[in-house]
Design a protein around this ligand. Structure first.
Ligand code: AMP
Length: 427
């Protein structure tokens, strides 16, 4: 089978790594890929959002299956473009991708399908939004409707912060059209976890629950980032809780979409908050989480290509996932200054030693290969991933491995998985 992976981050490296282990895969391509991916797949110089260019390539090379990483390509309709040409592709079509590309669409669907989520109202008019916020008071959450790279949510603890957020989104348009419409919702309290499922639109197979770390600094301080680390599974999420999420959240959402004539095929990511009243949805993503999937795939026993293929073919009713025992943790190494301004082109030292280890895996997020060396080439640069019998040992192993690699300005969190640790480690 010839497989093409679309995207260029740590998530795509993890997908390529797992797909490359399949006996069914004879050729692997990544567009545009990154330095680390180049050792497992042939890189194709086509951007992830050049839909026609990608479809052209898939047709020319007789690609049997395309796997899409990032939401941008899905929101633009890559699946529709491929399917129109009869090309097989894993991911939701443009209509289904609205679950992520429009928060208002997702919230209205949840309301209709009785999926637990925070009470909300949507606004196209800033004046009306201000009046509503004044009426409800703080704390309150303001969200841009459209895609903002994870930055369009303001959890306001004061009224003036909430009013300021409305100004930034709707008047100053800091996220352009993404902020034309906003959602104002109640602030919920609880631990956040994610459940990602692979679905053919009718049946959904849950992957291991995971927990991301969005803030830049230890103790969940500092600005939001794309994610500074993750681990799986989450001890707090029992099998019974996963079943509850499947019954109360995932299935009604898929059914709700079906009621609107939309079949969701692909990875559906439910960002959940575990409130005293039970799990509620904070957001849906329509793809694998980055860096969550980097901590999930190393524990998957099954062949990923068959799983994705079963989803595309609508055969998931006969499928389940087998998992290895133990835990897996992913620590993100970022460029100094990220998520703000940062420098690239810094030589990564110690990578060879680290990559020679059998007990640790390194996924490249933003690197560039230059002959025998690798340079930092993005905000998030590397993912150091370690599995072990329990989360404490996995964390210890991952941080010991992090100590073997360095580049100028390297920044990382030292407390990934702290909520799951049996005994806090002092570093
Ligand atoms: P979202 O992109 O909607 O998941 O929001 C990003 C982050 O904002 C979440 O991971 C939460 O930490 C926070 N957040 C969003 N909505 C709420 C809410 N209703 N209550 C509390 N925190 C929220």
């Amino acid at each position: 089978m010839k497989v093409l992976v679309v995207g260029s981050g740590g998530r795509e490296h993890a997908l390529v790594w797992k797909l490359s282990q399949s006996p069914e895969v004879d050729a692997l391509y990544a567009a545009p890929g990154n330095g680390g991916i180049s050792r497992l797949a042939e890189l194709v110089d086509i951007g992830a959002e050049d839909l026609e260019g990608l479809a052209e390539f898939a047709e020319q090379k007789d690609i049997d299956l395309t796997v899409v990483g990032p939401e941008g390509a899905l929101a633009k309709g890559i699946v529709d473009v491929f399917e129109k040409r009869g090309l097989r592709i894993f991911g939701p079509n443009k209509a289904a991708a609205r679950l992520e590309s429009s928060k208002a669409f997702a919230k209205n669907l949840m309301k209709k399908a009785h999926v637990p989520t925070a009470p909300f109202a949507t606004f196209d008019d800033p004046q009306a939004a201000r009046a509503y916020v004044r009426q409800l008071g703080a704390p309150i959450v303001i969200k841009a409707d459209g895609l903002c790279g994870g930055k369009g949510v303001i959890v306001a603890s004061t009224l003036s912060e909430a009013l300021g957020a409305i100004d930034l989104l709707m008047e100053d348009r800091i996220f352009k059209q993404a902020g034309e419409r906003i959602i104002v919702e109640e602030k919920l309290e609880g631990q956040e976890v994610s459940i990602i499922v692979i679905t053919d639109g009718n049946t959904a197979v849950p992957l291991l629950p995971s927990q991301d770390h969005k803030r830049l600094h230890d103790h969940d301080k500092g600005p939001n980032t794309g994610g500074m680390g993750a681990y799986a599974p989450v001890p707090l999420v029992t099998d019974a809780l996963t079943q509850q999420v499947m019954e109360q959240i995932i299935r009604p959402t898929l059914k709700g979409l079906a009621g609107e004539g939309i079949l969701f095929r692909g990875a559906l990511y439910a960002g959940l908050i575990l409130t005293a009243e039970g799990p509620k949805v904070l957001e849906f993503n329509v793809r694998f989480g980055d860096p969550e999937i980097q901590a999930i795939l190393p524990l998957l026993k099954d062949d990923l290509v068959s799983l994705l293929d079963d989803a595309v073919e609508g055969r998931l009713a006969q499928t389940s996932c087998q998992w290895m025992d133990g835990s897996c943790v992913c620590v993100v190494l970022a460029s100094g200054g990220y998520p703000g301004e940062f420098a690239i082109g810094k030589e990564i030292r110690g990578l060879e030693t680290l990559e020679a280890r059998e007990d640790v895996t390194v996924f490249h997020a933003g690197t560039r290969r230059e002959r025998d060396r690798f340079l930092s080439w993005g905000g998030r640069v590397l993912n150091v991933v370690a599995c072990d019998a329990d989360i404490d040992s996995a964390v210890k192993k991952a941080y010991e491995a992090v100590g073997q690699v360095s580049f100028d300005g390297m920044a990382f969190r030292k407390d990934i998985a702290w909520r799951a640790l049996k005994k806090p480690v002092s570093r």
